[in-house]
Design a protein around this ligand. Structure first.
Ligand code: XMP
Length: 515
């Protein structure tokens, strides 16, 4: 394992992901972790991340000064390198000229850390401070036009520093450098594979759960599906999967999901058909936040009913992923047992607390994984692409894609329009290029003409967006012919719709969903 000491860089997680791409396991821990604690983790290497501070700032985060003496190879990145230089007696000052963006790396020593890294390769820089004097025993491995110490090493002690960010995609020689560190300097073997993960997860689930019963809320996404598969493989019928059909999923999705689990995976699913109670819960509600609140609340109630009817259960299975673990390091830990407990269902509704008598202990076998790793595991266990590659879908589903009041009639219209959007996007082969592609129903009517008949019906909005992470997004420049086909089909095939419009608003200022 490689441990990353996090000094607050936006890239710490990315470093962990890059290391894992070399099939070596990697974890992010706080910079406050002591040398003794690090030793207990028994890593083969340590990476000090970048960070927003200057090492000479008052209160700038420091690491335990004993870590240099552990005999474990260390790579400092940006702030991490400056800290290494500073703590070991070199000097770091504010640079006359900061260096931001691409820089050409001029290599002075093409061995060791820089083996196979091309002279002149582009590396991504982002620093206002520079190292001006090296600590004793260190040498310069590479420089750039602006920085005399772009990469440094104490070969004997296996201490290394780079001023640039090898983890970002713009650093072309970055992966070669990371591989050198991981394989040659730290002597790691590429053993972090999907198969190894699955075996270990199953062992851990068995050891933790013993002969107790586990409840799992299946949603149809890749996380809960993968979770269900792993748990079922580990503990068989001690697992109960509940799927609550609120009536807001896409056309045929609930039936397909349940069929897939029962028939292909032979995992029984409690299919709770709760459409009526959810529709009743939001009858007449037009405010989007109130709609969300009521749906979330109803979900907890439906889940509680199912749990009482099928229980008792000792554990709740949650699809917590590694980024959630990093974010909420010490929250929700039972002070007596040290175990993580659920006070909330981490459903995709992000809704409020569980009732007191329903607080479960947690089993979270995906907690070491990033999202792309969950997808890999999902694929390896045979989940179909429609689940593994599924575009994000909000927990309250179609209910927030119908503006104003949600009725069965409107749901029916939106399900049909949405199906046409999906079919045509798939036919066009661009499903995986888009972050999301969906239809929205507006609660207004406009005039149209069909045959000799005047119509007065709903408009459908097409929302097709590209995005990296959902935080920002752009409307997708898809071919006019595709828009035309979707529009024609919706107006001709979906009764109650006479107009289709295309949303050409980016986020910001628009959001992706209309709500
Ligand atoms: P907005 O509309 O805020 O959405 O631009 C950003 C992304 O978040 C998704 N979204 C949700 N995902 N539960 C989820 O798991 C939710 O309640 C929820 N609401 C919005 C949205 O689809 C988009 O990808």
């Amino acid at each position: 394992m490689i441990v990353i000491l996090d000094f607050g860089s936006q890239y710490s997680e990315l470093i962990a992901r890059r290391i894992r791409e070399t099939q070596v396991y990697s974890e992010v821990v706080s910079y406050r972790t002591t040398a003794e604690q690090l030793q207990q983790l028994n890593p083969k290497g340590i990476i000090l991340s970048g960070g927003p501070n200057s090492v000479y700032d008052v209160g700038a985060p420091q690491c335990d000064s004993q870590i240099w003496e552990l005999g474990i190879p260390i790579l400092g990145v940006c702030y991490g390198m400056q800290l290494m230089v500073n703590q070991l007696g070199g000097s770091v000052v504010r640079a006359e000229r900061g260096e931001y963006g691409k820089a050409s790396l001029l290599i002075d020593d093409p061995t060791d850390l820089l083996t196979n890294v091309e002279d002149g390769t582009i590396m991504w820089m982002s620093h206002g401070d520079s190292c001006t004097a090296l600590p004793e025993g260190f040498e310069v491995l590479a420089h750039t036009e602006n920085t005399s110490c772009a990469a440094i090493a104490h070969h004997e002690k296996k201490l290394y520093g780079v001023q640039f960010h090898p983890e970002v995609v713009h650093s072309l020689g970055g992966m070669a450098l990371i591989r050198n560190f991981v394989y040659h300097i730290c002597d790691c073997e590429p053993t972090w594979t999907t198969e190894a993960f699955v075996d270990e997860a199953i062992r851990e689930i068995r050891a933790k759960v013993g002969d107790k019963r586990v409840l799992l809320a299946l949603s149809g996404g890749v996380d809960s599906s993968t979770l269900a598969f792993l748990l079922h493989k580990a503990i068989g019928d001690q697992l109960t999967c509940v799927f609550i059909d609120q009536g807001f999923m896409r056309k045929l999705e609930p039936e397909r999901l349940v069929k897939l689990f029962q028939e292909q995976f032979h995992i029984p699913v409690e299919y709770v058909k709760a459409r009526d109670r959810f529709l009743a819960a939001i009858a007449g509600v037009t405010d989007p936040e109130e709609k969300r609140r009521r749906i979330g609340h109803e979900f907890i109630k439906a889940f509680e009913d199912a749990s009482k009817r099928l229980g008792p259960f000792d554990y709740l299975a949650q699809g917590t992923l590694y980024p959630d673990v990093i974010e909420s390091a010490d929250t929700n830990v039972d002070p007596k047992t040290g175990e993580r407990v659920a006070v909330k269902i981490k459903s995709h509704h992000n809704v409020g607390g569980l009732p007191k008598d329903l607080r479960f202990k947690l089993v979270e076998p995906l907690r070491k994984l990033f999202k792309d790793e969950v997808r890999k595991v999902g694929r390896s266990i045979g989940l179909p692409d429609e689940i593994v590659q599924r575009q994000p879908f909000p927990g309250p589903g179609l209910a927030i894609r119908i503006l104003g009041e949600v009725t069965e009639e409107r749901l029916e219209i939106l399900r049909d329009a949405d199906l046409i959007v999906r079919q045509e996007i798939n036919r066009n082969g661009i499903y995986n290029q888009l972050w999301q592609a969906f239809a929205v129903l507006l609660p207004i009517r406009s005039v149209g003409v069909m045959g000799d008949q005047r119509t007065y019906a709903y408009p459908i909005v097409l929302r097709l967006v590209s995005s990296e992470d959902g935080m920002t997004a752009d409307w997708a420049r898809v071919p006019y012919d595709l828009l035309e086909t979707i529009s024609n089909r919706i107006v001709n095939e979906v009764r109650g719709v006479n107009r289709v419009v295309y949303d050409i608003t980016s986020k910001p200022p628009g959001t992706i969903e209309w709500e």
